[in-house]
Design a protein around this ligand. Structure first.
Ligand code: C5P
Length: 408
């Protein structure tokens, strides 16, 4: 657990709205306090249907504020004092209703009034049904809040309390607390993730593909998937909804990323085709096998002659298929080259009709395939060229995602 040692504890005013995820708020208060944040809680009226003020008072150590017109509360700490007390305001869970009110400045309860009355940095962790989250009105409201420097955390994808599956789940309390620590540590530096991809849908392919020869043998490559997974994490941290279509790798799925496991190039193509609608950005980071056996033997092939012939056929080029669609997303490719890096990358960018390409030199053993580091040359279709110096795949990934976000 990362712990910050601030000179003065950062004061977080936690606004709890009325969604089922409110039951996680007590845990969220604990996670924030463990990380040395000072936490006071405001609840909306409907939040009290899901969790009691008593519980949040017990974990925060302060009385819970829930009414705008309460003479006693106003005499102790009224809405203006609360607004001034807060260094940060965190709204978690943030419902579609509260997000809508904040986007237009309605002040009809204590929480919405305090937000408008405060100059504190505001963080929002949305939690709602996937359709409510996907609706254009919620997305417009979120964009307005982001443009006013509000930082959106999540939401995550997964099974929802109502039985639906999709984006809209509140991030887990531990993840929210860790993201706030990251934010605090990154303040004032370039490492601070922007929220430039809030609400955008990003589809990423990663890892190798595995092409079966018979039940025990296959053709594959050395791709570790590390770059694609780092890109998924970096895009998620910028607020995007990320789907990762991954070949077989030995990596943990980044938090709040929706992962689809595939084996062969054909599986990867089908998974991409099924998930492309509504996608804003496609990043083809997978090392897709160019060829696959024409026939897959149903039984293990026996060792007989000195030579054996294996006939291969060409696999479809997934990224070219994406770039050829009439409603195509912003398409980013990768080019792993062992010579003529710039020239080969440029011709790949043009031939595959990409918007941007990230080229890396695989002749250097300490970089690229299977390594934790990489050095990338970025080219885009407007002729802009940018060399990212050798760095960890995490750092390179966040720089690439920033470059994509800047071009959208
Ligand atoms: O042609 P080449 O394999 O060098 O191109 C690399 C780029 O094309 C990468 O972005 C890779 O993910 C993508 N690609 C693909 N489908 C293939 C082969 C490559 O999407 N069958």
């Amino acid at each position: 657990m990362s712990k910050i040692v601030p000179q003065k504890k950062i004061r977080i005013l936690l606004g709890v709205c009325g969604g089922i995820a409110a039951y996680k708020s007590a845990d969220l208060v604990r996670r924030l306090k463990e990380r040395d944040f000072d936490v006071r809680v405001i609840m909306t009226e409907s939040a009290a249907e899901f969790i009691t003020p008593m519980t949040l008072q017990a974990v925060s150590g302060y009385s819970v504020h829930d009414a705008l017109f309460d003479r006693e509360a106003e005499a102790a700490m009224g809405h203006i004092e609360l607004a001034k007390w807060a260094d940060w305001i965190l709204i978690a869970p943030a419902t579609a209703n509260t997000i809508a009110k904040l986007s237009v400045g309605i002040c009809d309860d204590l929480l919405s009034t305090v937000v408008v009355a405060s100059s504190a940095k505001c963080f929002i962790a949305p939690a709602m049904n996937q359709q409510m989250w996907a609706s254009s009105v919620t997305q417009e409201n979120i964009s307005k809040l982001v443009s006013r420097d509000c930082h959106v955390l999540g939401p995550a994808s997964g099974e929802q309390a109502c039985g639906d599956v999709g984006f809209g789940r509140m991030l887990e309390p531990l993840e929210i607390a860790e993201q706030l620590v990251d934010y605090q540590q990154g303040q004032g530096s370039n490492s601070l993730p922007s929220n430039g991809l809030a609400g955008k849908r990003v589809l990423i392919t990663a890892g190798p593909t595995v092409e079966a020869i018979d039940p025990v043998r296959f053709i594959s490559n050395h791709s570790s998937g590390k770059m694609g997974y780092a890109l998924a994490k970096a895009a998620q941290k910028q607020g995007a909804h990320v789907t990762l279509v991954s070949g077989p790798v030995n990596l943990t799925t980044p938090y709040a990323v929706d992962k689809v496991d595939v084996i062969s190039a054909q599986d990867m193509l089908s998974a991409v085709k099924n998930r492309l609608v509504g996608c804003d950005i496609f990043i083809g980071c997978a090392a897709v096998a160019d060829y696959t056996p024409v026939d897959v033997a149903t039984q293990k092939i026996k060792k007989n002659d000195n030579d054996m012939q294996l006939t291969l056929k060409k696999n479809a080029d997934i990224i070219s298929w994406v770039a050829a669609q009439s409603k195509k997303p912003f398409v980013v490719g990768f080019a792993a080259e062992s010579e003529n890096l710039q020239q080969f990358a440029k011709s790949k960018l043009e031939r595959k009709k990409l918007d941007m390409i990230c080229a890396n030199d695989i002749s250097e053993p300490s970089l690229g395939f299977n390594s934790d580091n990489n050095r990338i040359l970025i080219l885009d279709k407007k002729g802009v060229q940018l060399q990212l110096p050798a760095a960890s795949k995490e750092k390179i990934a966040s720089d690439i995602i920033q470059q994509v976000s800047d071009r959208l």
